[in-house]
Design a protein around this ligand. Structure first.
Ligand SMILES: Cc1cc2nc3c(=O)[nH]c(=O)nc-3n(C[C@H](O)[C@H](O)[C@H](O)COP(=O)(O)OP(=O)(O)OC[C@H]3O[C@@H](n4cnc5c(N)ncnc54)[C@H](O)[C@@H]3O)c2cc1C
Length: 405
């Protein structure tokens, strides 16, 4: 269940392997977080969010209304257990292990994505150029040293560029940016929503079925037997994969298997007549936003808002990000724009769950990919295919198990 990028990729993989799969979603495919993400296959972004350097900055960020992380005052009390796990997850003795857990997935995610995109006839929709990480001064560059050291530890390549080299690559970037790091393996897809659409089309082409309906409960004897939709309809199943993004926690509770899944809400502004052309995606770590060239223009987004699944969007957030983006892209025109909010599914340790249920035989989970759901969808689908078929997965899935919390 869940026809986002993760659920659709899994459904396609399982159907291709010969299972008879029904993909269930409350909406049309690809209307959740997978609709409007920043389109990046961000293989270098596996640093655990919880770490001492972030803890030190968190109070300032949270209290600043324009900071990169915002906690809604009305939701803050409900977040206490999640934040307790967040701080515990990033304790110094655990940090390197978490980092390695992320690196294992990231090391293969570009190759897996390339394979999937080729399978879908979308190879041309995956960029060949990388991502530029920007720094206005040496202090900002030094502030990002932690991430670059981590890339060195795990053998991920990058190139440090001075102002002139950056200008040669992206002339639209303002002279205030003095330094950059080119991350050549961080690519972008032209249209993340279209990847989901093509996946579901390919899935149907292989004989899969799509059912529209909101899953509200499960029937289990000694194993899962069926799921029930809101209107009362039952769908029989030998195996069920819960891949409902940030909503998966509500469903796992129904199975007696609570998981500490929160939503890190994020926004984008799609600018369809930007008046400039970018070859690379751009991140400015000190300002915590990203700009990606996408189908029909440029997409600006980022930041994190902790306000739960039900609060209405705060449309001031994307406007703050666009204002920052214009500092580095002074010729950016704001014409034909649209704004969007999505729910990243996030565990406190930044590690997704790719796992069989520890409680109910026949149930599996694939969720919590946080900022990297598009990046890891192809890899997750491949691993889930192996897990569900009872094969030995390519990697040890123990660190990604559902009962690790
Ligand atoms: C602003 C922003 C920028 C991002 N940028 C990037 C990026 O550049 N690169 C990257 O890799 N990741 C990025 N992400 C993260 C990425 O978008 C997510 O991790 C990913 O989309 C999660 O996919 P999913 O399939 O798990 O969830 P979703 O896409 O949210 O899909 C879940 C589906 O489950 C369905 N569902 C929920 N409950 C039920 C129910 N009860 N019954 C039936 N169906 C149900 C929903 O309708 C939905 O279709 C970004 C996210 C945001 C918000």
């Amino acid at each position: 269940m869940g026809a986002g990028i993760v659920g659709s990729a899994i459904a396609y993989e399982l159907q291709k392997r010969g299972s008879q799969v029904t993909l269930i979603d409350a909406n049309e495919p690809g209307q959740g977080a997978s609709f409007g993400n920043l389109a990046s296959i961000a293989v270098t972004e596996f640093m655990p969010v919880s770490r001492p350097s972030v803890w030190r900055q968190t109070p300032g960020w949270v209290l600043h209304p324009k900071g990169p992380i915002r906690v809604s005052p009305g939701y803050a009390l409900l977040l206490i257990p999640w934040f307790a796990r967040f701080f515990w997850a990033g304790r110094p003795s655990k940090l390197r292990q978490l980092e390695a857990t992320g690196a294992i997935l990231c090391r293969r995610s570009l190759a897996d994505t390339e394979r999937l995109m080729a399978d879908l006839g979308l190879s041309e929709d995956l960029s060949r150029t990388g991502c530029l990480s920007l720094y206005a001064n040496e202090a900002e560059f030094a502030g990002d040293r932690e991430r670059l050291d981590m890339l060195d530890r795990h053998g991920f390549g990058y190139e440090v560029l001075d102002r002139n080299a950056l200008h040669d690559l992206e002339p639209e970037i303002a002279p205030m940016i003095q330094k950059a790091v080119l991350l050549p393996d961080n690519r972008t897809v032209r249209d993340p929503h279209n990847v989901v659409i093509r996946l579901t089309e390919a899935f149907i082409g292989q004989g899969g079925q799509i059912q529209r309906g909101k899953v509200t409960s499960f029937e289990c004897a000694d194993r899962i037997t069926s799921v029930t939709l809101a209107e009362g309809r039952r769908i029989k199943a030998d195996q069920v994969v819960l891949a409902a993004g940030a909503h998966t926690g509500r469903l796992s509770k129904q199975l007696g298997e609570p998981i500490p899944l929160e939503t890190e809400r994020g926004y984008h502004t799609q600018i369809n007549a930007p008046g400039i052309h970018l070859e690379h995606s751009i991140i400015w770590p000190a300002m915590a936003f990203m700009v990606s060239p996408t189908a029909g223009g440029i997409r600006v987004g980022g930041t994190v808002e902790m306000a739960g699944l039900d609060a209405p969007p705060d449309w001031r957030r994307p406007k703050i990000t666009v204002k920052r983006a214009r500092k580095v892209l002074p010729n950016l025109h704001l014409e034909e724009t649209s704004e969007w909010m999505g729910h990243r599914p996030a565990f406190p340790d930044t590690v997704p769950v790719i796992s069989a249920s520890a409680k109910v035989p026949g149930v599996f989970y694939a969720t919590g990919h946080g900022h990297l759901g598009l990046t890891h969808a192809a890899t997750t689908a491949s691993l889930m295919g192996q897990l569900i078929a009872g094969e030995k997965p390519d990697i040890d899935l123990h660190p990604y198990r559902v009962d690790r919390f």
